[in-house]
Design a binder for this molecule. Structure first.
Ligand SMILES: Nc1ncnc2c1ncn2[C@@H]1O[C@H](COP(=O)(O)OP(=O)(O)OP(=O)(O)O)[C@@H](O)[C@H]1O
Ligand SMILES: CCCCCCCCCCCCC/C=C/[C@@H](O)[C@H](CO)NC(=O)CCCCC
Ligand SMILES: [Ca+2]
Length: 510
């Protein structure tokens, strides 16, 4: 839509228009705001100009790209020689916007006041709600009162037909609550038994939006490219869609949890366990727990079996990255999952970490992520095995998550692209070489672990770690994991290529 404003040509893509308003409407809003005492002075310029142009100008609010994948809402005011022409412009743009069926008009919003730096309510009120209002999006907002409030509300109560999407204001844990609520509800409505690992799950139709206000926020970062509430709100408003894989985690024939980012045993499991005791510290809890667990340097013994992804989905050490519209993230890769015949493989050993990343897990701590070439929606996960090694070597591996060097290019690290995997821990007190499978003892593992930790004289490190499943601790160590291709949809478009962002783009202010 190229039009002239103050003699300058502005080209705005209709799909990236947030709203269009005639100046008179803005004046009315301004007066209303003044009456209700919410004036912040930002309308002053528009008002001065508008007094002489009343009825002859309209303002288009649109997406403007800034540096580092950030978007902001910019405004441009156009003046017309006649009032009728101005009306025509406004009506035409409104009709075009209304014709974009992918845009949401009603959203169900859950705010977690407890996550991250406990700023979610403020972030939503100050940065997001005004944008939704500007775009004419109706919202039903629920501030959660306890853990799993959002999940249970989605499962049992929410009238989902009324909404075009659900939004969480929080971190990865809050996103996980929405995934669990929606996936559970969809399977229940479709008569699917979620306890059977072999069962094909039904994809959820409602999209999920994430306004980042947590500690890691890796799902937002890896699907949008930045953790910025305004950018995420704009992706929701323009109606973006990004499919995403979800892994189901079972213990025998019991469903445990779904995972969309990291399933980590050993290092990341121990970091999470320790960090939960330090939640009062906010996001810094992970740094302290990370340092402590690095120094502790526990390794764990067990058996990993996995089903390789097979051909057509690339390799974990490819140079290519998952980017917006990437061809590998297409539904046809589902075909491969059905035909995978490469057969199961088995690896036994002592590991510092066993990580499965269904996506890159990029986050501000590690901008390229745990597995930089992993894809959001290809039906696979990257299984990373870090074998027992020296502290120095483990540090080399960890440091490479934050540098350009390849964290997999080390003799004690291996990585496989998989569709399924299983893990069985081995008991530390076993003298025999035979695998003592711990399924039976799983429930008692906390006690055993405690005995070993509390009695250094026994010279035995804890036998078990815990699984970190998207930031939640799993109750079992022996697990069976299966990746479900494109089970959910997000209000996102994947990380845009750098070329989409003008090198000279302004550095957006908050
Ligand atoms: N009102 C509440 N009171 C207590 N806990 C809550 C409440 N609402 C949600 N939760 C729980 O808070 C936990 C943490 O939330 P969230 O993921 O939003 O933040 P975080 O853990 O700081 O961030 P991240 O997961 O990105 O590291 C989740 O397990 C969620 O289930
Ligand atoms: C200078 C030293 C550099 C060290 C680099 C360490 C590498 C960091 C990689 C971070 C990977 C995060 C993976 C995402 C996990 C989330 O599902 C989970 C919930 O939000 N967060 C954590 O478990 C929090 C995990 C935090 C671990 C520290
Ligand atoms: Ca994937």
């Amino acid at each position: 839509m190229p039009v002239f404003a103050s003699g300058v040509c502005h080209s705005v893509c209709v799909s990236e228009i947030v709203a269009v308003r005639e100046e008179e409407e803005e004046e009315t809003k301004k007066e209303e705001e003044e009456k209700s005492g919410r004036d912040n002075g930002s309308w002053k310029k528009i008002r001065e100009r508008q007094d002489k142009d009343r009825g002859l100008s309209f303002t288009v609010s649109y997406v403007e790209r800034c540096r580092q994948h950030r978007w902001r809402c910019a405004h441009v005011t156009f003046t017309c020689p006649q009032v009728a022409l101005c009306h025509r412009w406004v009506n035409t743009i409104r009709e075009q916007l209304a014709a974009i069926s992918s845009r949401p008009t009603q959203l169900l919003v859950y705010i977690n006041p407890y996550g991250g730096k406990r700023q979610a309510k403020r972030v939503y009120k100050q940065k997001v709600a005004p944008l939704f209002a500007l775009a004419g999006i109706g919202t039903h907002v629920i501030v959660t009162e306890y853990a799993n409030h959002a999940r249970d509300h989605l499962r049992e109560e929410a009238e989902l037909k009324k909404y075009d999407g659900v939004v969480c204001v929080g971190g990865d844990g809050m996103f996980s609550e929405l995934v669990h609520g929606l996936v559970w509800r969809t399977q229940k409505d479709g008569g699917v038994d979620v306890n059977r690992p072999e069962q094909t799950l039904i994809a959820c139709s409602l999209r999920i939006g994430i306004i980042p206000a947590g500690s890691t926020d890796c799902i937002c970062f890896a699907t949008v490219g930045t953790n910025d509430p305004v950018t995420s709100a704009l992706h929701i408003i323009v109606g973006d869609s990004q499919p995403m894989d979800v892994s189901s985690v079972h213990h025998d024939d019991t469903f445990l949890r779904y995972s969309v980012s990291l399933l980590g045993y050993g290092f990341y499991g121990d970091v999470l366990t320790d960090s939960e005791r330090k939640r009062w510290m906010g996001p810094a809890r992970y740094d302290l727990a990370g340092l402590k667990m690095f120094l502790t340097h526990h390794h764990y013994e067990g058996t990993v079996t996995y089903l390789p992804a097979g051909a057509g989905v690339g390799e974990p050490r490819d140079a290519s990255r998952c980017r917006s519209g990437a061809s590998v993230d297409q539904a046809d890769s589902k075909e491969d999952s059905e035909n995978a015949d490469a057969g199961w493989r088995t690896i036994r050993g002592k590991f510092l970490a066993i990580n499965a990343a269904s996506m890159s897990c990029a986050c501000p701590r590690s901008p390229k992520g745990l597995s930089p070439a992993a894809h959001l929606a290809d039906g696979t996960a990257d299984l990373i095995l870090v074998r027992k090694c020296s502290r120095v070597n483990f540090l080399r591996h960890l440091l490479r998550h934050a540098s350009k060097d390849d964290q997999f290019d080390l003799s004690f690290v291996e990585v496989h692209r998989v569709r399924r995997f299983r893990f069985t821990p081995r008991h530390c007190h076993s003298d025999s070489d035979s695998d003592l499978e711990l399924d039976l003892l799983d429930g008692k593992r906390q006690i055993f672990g405690q005995i070993c930790r509390d009695h250094p004289a026994c010279g035995c490190a804890p036998a078990f770690s815990s699984w970190n499943c998207d930031g939640e601790i799993l109750p079992h160590t022996a697990i069976d994991v299966r990746v479900h291709c494109q089970l959910i949809q997000l209000f996102a478009r994947g990380i845009e290529e750098a070329a989409m962002f003008d090198e000279l783009a302004p550095a957006c202010s908050a």
